[in-house]
Design a protein around this ligand. Sequence first.
Ligand code: HEM
Ligand code: HEM
Length: 192
Amino acid sequence: MTEYSVQLQQGNRDAKAICTRLSKPSVVMHWLIAFIVIFSIALGYYMTLNDRYDLYSLHKAIGVLLLPLAAFRIAWRIRKGFPTPCTRMEKGKLWVAKGAHSLLLLCTLVMPISGFISSAAGGYGVPLFGISLIDAVPQDMRPINQLLATTAHTTHIFAGYFITGLLILHIAAAGWHHFVIKDRTLQRMLGR
Ligand code: HEM
Ligand code: HEM
């Protein structure tokens, strides 16, 4: 049983009419994590492009906070399953949507983990709002582990490009549902 009380019925011609509401935890987790991810992406590009090293600690701390939230959300999704679509879709499209959502969820783990390993193995440390989770080491001792630091850094950068592209498609798909198909996909994610 998914989190929907009513499932889409095979052969129902008015599929839009039985699109049911999403549970509160689904909606709250979606928007809380969406806000953190979008803010972290914007801050990540801004600080690297403008050499704003003073912002690195904030970027790291916010990203670290995302990790437990993302892990909880993924466990929740695995238990409850993905939402049943508001408009009936062909199998192929359904798999594309599920695949894209799964990749977005995966990126919410890969981004903070790769960022964390890159900073820790590079010797730069990981601060969390005044608490040092991993201490930075003096410059002549960096990196602590070159291979790990470089692999994690490259992963962080490419996963960053990947999630940025995927998010543009995700937001475009939400707009397509709302303005073109005119179903309740966006409305129910807004808790309505
Ligand atoms: C302005 C930004 C965003 C909008 C307008 C938006 C919109 C939506 C909508 C309408 C749905 C419902 C799809 C359905 O019912 O099948 C959805 C689901 C989803 N969105 Fe977003 N989204 C945004 C940002 C994000 C971000 C930043 C992430 C990154 C992790 C994300 C990840 C997901 C996932 C994984 C789902 C699948 C359902 C779930 O697990 O909650 N979204 N989004
Ligand atoms: C929400 C999770 C995160 C997202 C979406 C994110 C995203 C980004 C992006 C887009 C960049 C710019 C990459 C580029 O130059 O092309 C970046 C850079 C960076 N991120 Fe993250 N990040 C996240 C979490 C973390 C965490 C948890 C850490 C460390 C604990 C971290 C450490 C760094 C560092 C050190 C850089 C600068 C890399 C450089 O100078 O080349 N990030 N991040």
